[in-house]
Design a protein around this ligand. Structure first.
Ligand code: ADP
Length: 521
């Protein structure tokens, strides 16, 4: 069968070979096993159900949350000669019934539906009359509250499957790999003894970089000017920010499309199409944009604000370079963005345990922004990969020419201060004490009487916080979960205090102060 699958890959899709993981996943589906594939964005999930759909007897039902893209997806398949259709709420009942009828007559191999449709009894009974060979659940993490895009309608999928006269093979696809989501998908979609495949999360062609301490607007303007012939996505956290960046770009003569949930459906579709069909090189968007969009020539993805977790970051950044060509993923870090994300968590309707989890996940992104180590290694280890090389030669850490600066003394001062404060405060208070701040809170707490008060007054509060972040990212310090995380000393820090183990930090050349040899910034 797999030989036949390869022939179809060449015939319909025009590709010579399967990518990593695809062959095993397709083999598993063709062996009629429930199959759960976890692959990074851009790795090629769709093909893993589209090829089996051509080979299995009967129809493949694809459940996808992407109503606005269904028509395009189906058009693409039809253009390749693969008979496919879709039904969603944009169609009348009569049109839906007509299409389902055509599916019954064997006119189509794939039928795309939105999960919301499965809640309508009339619709499910229509579908039940089809001979379904395979149900492919796309973006399967949407079934889990732990995922970054929970859709309650996904919870109707098992009941729908159960009332089918014959249970088809079930396959689920997602780019989200946390344990909670993995378990939820298997359990909530009632997968039976599934074969689970987690394919390599590495996307070799992507260059990852973190930019800290730059003026973000200037950075974006310069970058866009220098890369005017390239296609890119700029993600921002809020609608307001999207509008602001668009305006700035326009003022600089760059016509960028915009996309956020505040626009009308029609405007969103228009702007999305303008980007997809190359009328606009650049789109500025909130995270509402991008799921399911298969635009292969995106050369850069810039995150103007901190994303809420590594998962979301990798998914969004992964929209660069689907064609395998070298592309850049740039994250612009500014500490105010941490507050913005915290605010969003606090405003959310999540229960306290869930909120804590989200704070923790946010902290991981902050760590990513401060790690002195290889960024790719950080990401791959986050996704549970083992034996990841120390250096990738394709991220801002591995390619920078900064020098190592000994920050042992600064680290010792910070650790001592945290201990004097009995590990009861977060980085703001610790930085203010070390700076010797005279604000009400510090004085009311009596911190000015501590021996560590003001011992780093040659630094700004922000610089001290930066060092604290670096020490946390490197495992010397940890932060408790919650809205107001408290700094704790880790064993690694104790070794620095006790035995004088040295602490180093990479400092980019241009950030070194001209005065004072040992100063950091
Ligand atoms: P995902 O859903 O995992 O994000 P897609 O299914 O959209 O990714 O595929 C990403 C891109 O990779 C698409 O442009 C697709 O045509 C291409 N692709 C998929 N499989 C292969 C393959 N075996 N060889 C070459 N390109 C492929």
């Amino acid at each position: 069968m797999i030989k036949r699958a390869k022939e179809l890959l060449q015939k319909y899709f025009g590709y010579d070979d399967f990518r990593k993981g695809q062959e095993d996943i397709i083999g598993s589906i063709l062996a009629k096993r429930d199959t759960f594939a976890i692959m990074p964005t851009g790795a090629g999930k769709s093909l893993c159900y589209q090829v089996p759909a051509l080979l299995l007897e009967g129809v493949t039902l694809v459940i996808s949350p992407l109503i606005s893209l269904m028509k395009d997806q189906v058009d693409t398949l039809e253009n390749m000669g693969i008979p496919a259709t879709f039904v969603n709420s944009s169609l009348s009942y009569a049109e839906t019934a007509k299409r389902v009828d055509e599916v019954k007559q064997g006119k189509y191999k794939l039928l795309y539906v939105a999960p919301e449709r499965l809640e309508a009894a009339g619709f499910t009974s229509l579908i039940s009359s089809l001979q379904l060979a395979l149900v492919a659940v796309d973006e399967a993490h949407c079934v889990s509250q732990w995922g970054h895009d929970f859709r309650p309608s996904y919870r109707h999928i098992p009941a729908f499957i159960q009332q089918l006269p014959q249970r088809p093979v079930i396959s689920a696809f997602t780019a989200t790999a946390t344990e909670e989501v993995k378990n939820d998908v298997v359990y909530l979609l009632t997968l039976k003894r599934p074969n689970i495949y987690v394919t390599g999360f590495n996307r070799e062609n992507l260059f990852f970089s973190v930019v800290r301490g730059e003026n973000k607007r200037d950075f974006v303007l310069n970058y866009v000017r220098d890369n005017s012939d390239r296609v890119g996505i700029i993600y921002a956290a809020t609608r307001k920010e999207v509008e602001g960046i668009c305006k700035e770009l326009k003022r600089a003569g760059v016509n960028a499309a915009k996309y956020h949930a505040g626009l009308s459906a029609q405007e969103r579709k228009q702007n999305q199409d303008d980007f997809i069909f190359d009328n606009n090189n650049i789109i500025v968007a909130t995270n509402a944009f991008g799921m399911g969009i298969d635009k292969s020539n995106v050369r850069f993805v810039i995150h103007y604000n901190l994303p809420k977790n590594i998962e979301a970051y990798y998914q969004e950044a992964g929209r660069a370079g689907r064609d395998g060509e070298a592309s850049e993923c740039i994250l612009l870090f500014a500490s105010q963005d941490i507050l913005l994300q915290k605010f969003m968590i606090e405003q959310s309707l999540l229960n306290p345990a869930r909120k804590n989890k989200e704070y923790q996940r946010l902290q991981e992104v902050v760590d990513y922004c401060h790690t002195p180590n290889c960024l790719r290694k950080f990401i791959l280890e986050y996704f549970g990969e083992e034996n990841v090389p120390e250096h990738c030669a394709n991220c801002s850490t591995c390619t920078d020419d900064s020098r190592l600066v000994d920050i042992t003394v600064e680290a010792q001062k910070i650790f001592s201060c945290i201990i004097r404060l009995k590990e009861r405060f977060g980085s703001t208070v610790v930085a203010q004490v070390l700076k010797g701040a005279k604000n009400k809170k510090i004085l009311a707490l009596g911190c000015d009487r501590l021996s560590t008060y003001g011992i780093m007054n040659e630094y700004t509060e922000k610089e001290i916080k930066d060092i604290i972040n670096i020490l946390a990212a490197d495992g010397y310090l940890s932060l408790t979960a919650g809205q107001y995380p408290v700094l704790r000393i880790e064993e690694k820090a104790a070794a620095v205090l006790k035995n004088g183990a040295r602490v180093y930090q990479k400092v980019p050349k241009k950030k070194e102060r001209l005065t004072g040899d040992n100063s950091l910034f």
